[in-house]
Design a protein around this ligand. Sequence first.
Ligand code: ATP
Ligand code: MG
Length: 390
Amino acid sequence: MEELLLIKYGEISLKGKNRHEFEGALLEHIRWVLREHPGARLEKAYGRLYIHSVPGDVKLLSRLAKVPGIVAVAPALRVENDVSEIRLAAVEAAKRALTTAGASGKATFKAESRRSLKSFPLKSPELNHQVGSAVLTAGLGLTVDVHNPTFIITVEVRETGTFVYWTEVKGMGGLPIGSSGRGIILLSGGIDSPVAAYLAMKRGVALEALHFWSFPITGEKSKDKVVRIWRVLRDFDPKMRLHIAHFTKIQTAIMESCPEKYRVTVMRRMMMRVARRLAEKLRALAIFTGENLGQVASQTLESMAVIEDTAGLPVLRPLLTYDKRETVELAERIGTYELSCLPYEDCCTVFVPKHPVTKPRLELVREAEKDLPVDELVEECVGGIETLTH
Ligand code: ATP
Ligand code: MG
C-alpha cells in the first residue's frame, strides 16, 4: 500500500492543444513548489497527477491548495487492482477518516467507486458492496449512511492502480499561471489591489507587480508593507516579481506644474505610462488594477476613461463591481487583509487634493499636463525600477 497525493485539476472543459498547455503550465508550477519539499516526487500518468510526498510533510498539502488550476488534492492510498487489497485499503482509509475528522464511534460512511479501467472484473455497485462489507466488519463501529455520511470512501480503479481516499482539500480552481499570458498588477499597500492580483492569478495570468514608491514622502515602512503583501501573493505564484518604481520626482513635478484639482488624474496617467513601458519590456499584455466603480473620485467611469487613455494596453479591473465587503472577505481569505490594514501612508493618500475632479475631461487634463516633461520623467522612472525576486 502506497501513500500519495492525488491532484485533481480542470476536469471537464479541457481538450486538445488547450489541455497540453494547461498541463504544461500546471506541471511547471508544481515542480517549482516541490523545490521546497525535498523528497517529494511528481508522477504524471493517464491525465492525472500524483505526488509521492514525504510522510509528515503537512505543509505540502496547503501549498498545493494555493496553486491556480488545482481543483482539489486528496491524500490517497494506492494498491494493486485486486479486490482483497482494495478491501484492506478501504479499512485503512476508514481509520484515517476517523482520526483526521475526529469523528466518534457514531460516525457513518458511504462507498463510492469509479472504474476507468473497464477490464476490472467487478462493476461499481459490486465494488461498493465489497468496500462496504470490509469496513463494516473491521470492528470500527461504523455504519452506512448513503444520504448523509460523515465521510465518503472513494475508490478509483485506473490503469495505474486503485486509489482509495477519504477526504480532499479544496484547491483554488481556475487556470494555471501563465496559461493566460503575462500582466502587470499595480500593487499599492491598500486592500483592493492584492485581491485584484489574486483574481487575475486565479485566471492564469502570470503577474509582475509594480509599486510606486515616493520616498521620503512615504517611508521605508510603506515599502515594507507592500513587500510583505507581495510575499503573501507569491504563495499563489512563486515566480511573481515586485518592481519598485521611484515616483517622487514625478509627483514633485506634478505638484509644481499641474492645477491642484487635476493632480490625481495626472498622477494616475503617469502611473499608466510607466506601467505601459514596463509591460513592453516584460511582454505583458494587460495592466491590472484594484479599481472599483464609484469608490473614490478617480474611480468614476469618466475618470477611468481619462486615465486609461495613456495605458496603451487593456486596463483590467477584476474588482470593478465588487462591494467593499466582498473584497474584504476575499482579502481575509487570501491572507492580505491584516497587512493592508497596517497604518502606513500610501503615495496617493498624502497627495490627494481637497477637491479632486470626479468627471475630468480629456482635453482639460491634457492641457493640465502640458508643462510636464512626460517622456523624460517616464524614461527616468522606468530606468530606476528596482526588481525584487524573493
Ligand atoms: P487599493 O486598496 O488597492 O490601494 P484603493 O481603493 O485605495 O485601492 P486607489 O488608492 O484609488 O484605490 O488606487 C486605485 C488603484 O491604483 C489601486 O487599486 C492600485 O491598483 C493602483 N495604485 C494606487 N496607488 C498605487 C501605488 N502606490 N503603486 C501601485 N499601484 C497603485
Ligand atoms: Mg490606495
